[in-house]
Design a protein around this ligand. Structure first.
Ligand code: NAD
Length: 256
């Protein structure tokens, strides 16, 4: 058990097909006290998540859930207060919340750009700022931000320029946190996924998906569990000397 009794907040976890849920599932398996968070979190969703994990692990598990819109700074502060009140501390934040649009650059409206940045970049910023207040008081803590291949290769296989720009901001934010808070024992790392089997890929036609998979060295799309494995490494002491790093989970799609 790599996260025994660690309090881990996983944001972006309301869909059973999401990366966030894959992280929740693996972290619970490794003994963490997990708080699953999402804009769309509710009692029914939380119950479904718990049932799915218990069926797989063949044992009963504890799972906490909270609703939060990360684009609202007050909501992020409230989330952190609620978690600390319920669990006494926060050991790790995994931020996997995000939205995607594939609109081409000249067609992106002000409103669409604003929403993309509001959720993906400012949301990550608010969340990190809120949790860092608790981490500074604790003199410990660990952040894992889910960015994207789009931030590295100049646009996504799915997302447009606004998505890529928002995810590039998440990389810069993560590296800055690592540099600014490292002396307190606080770590921050990013993961850049590509082509992980979640609702985010639902918009791709079978032909387009085929073409993309043909160009992936491993010749397949990835699973949420494979992405969760990288999060587990970064959240655990296995990666104790790793901070400011970016881990690619992309089947070799982008090798640099
Ligand atoms: N699936 C991929 O191949 C892929 C590739 C690159 C990056 N990513 C990134 O991985 C992360 C997870 O995506 P996913 O593939 O699991 O898709 P997903 O749509 O299943 O998960 C995203 C979750 O974020 C939640 N969310 C959206 N806005 C929110 C808000 N304002 N506050 C709180 N929660 C909010 C959604 O409700 C959803 O449950 C995203 O940041 C995405 O950009 C995914």
């Amino acid at each position: 058990m790599l996260l025994k009794d660690k309090v881990c907040v996983v944001v972006g976890a309301a869909s059973l097909r999401s990366i966030g849920f894959g992280v929740v599932d693996l972290f619970v398996e490794h003994g963490a006290k997990v708080v699953a968070v999402d804009l769309a979190m509710n009692d029914a969703t939380l119950a479904d998540m718990k049932t799915a994990i218990e069926a797989r692990l063949q044992r009963s598990v504890l799972l906490d859930g909270l609703q939060c819109d990360i684009s609202q700074p007050e909501a992020c502060d409230q989330l952190v207060r609620d978690v600390v009140q319920r669990h006494g501390a926060i050991d790790c934040l995994v931020n996997s919340a995000g939205i995607v649009k594939s609109t081409s650059l000249l067609d992106i409206s002000f409103q669409e750009l604003d929403l993309m940045l509001q959720v993906n970049l400012k949301g990550a910023f608010h969340l990190c700022q809120s949790v860092l207040k608790a981490f500074v008081a604790q003199r410990s803590g660990n952040i894992v931000n889910v960015s994207s291949l789009a931030a590295q290769r100049g646009g996504g296989l799915v997302g447009g320029a606004h998505y890529a720009a928002s995810k590039g901001g998440v990389l810069s934010l993560t590296r800055t946190i690592a540099r600014e808070f490292g002396h307190l024992g606080i770590r921050a790392n990013a993961i850049c996924p590509a082509m992980i089997d979640t609702p985010m890929l639902d918009g791709l036609s079978p032909e387009r998906l085929n073409d993309i998979v043909e160009a992936i060295p491993l010749k397949r799309i990835g699973t949420t569990r494979e992405l969760a494995g990288a999060c587990l490494f970064l959240a655990s002491e296995l990666s104790g000397f790793v901070t400011g790093a970016t881990i690619d989970v992309n089947g070799g799609t982008h090798i640099h």
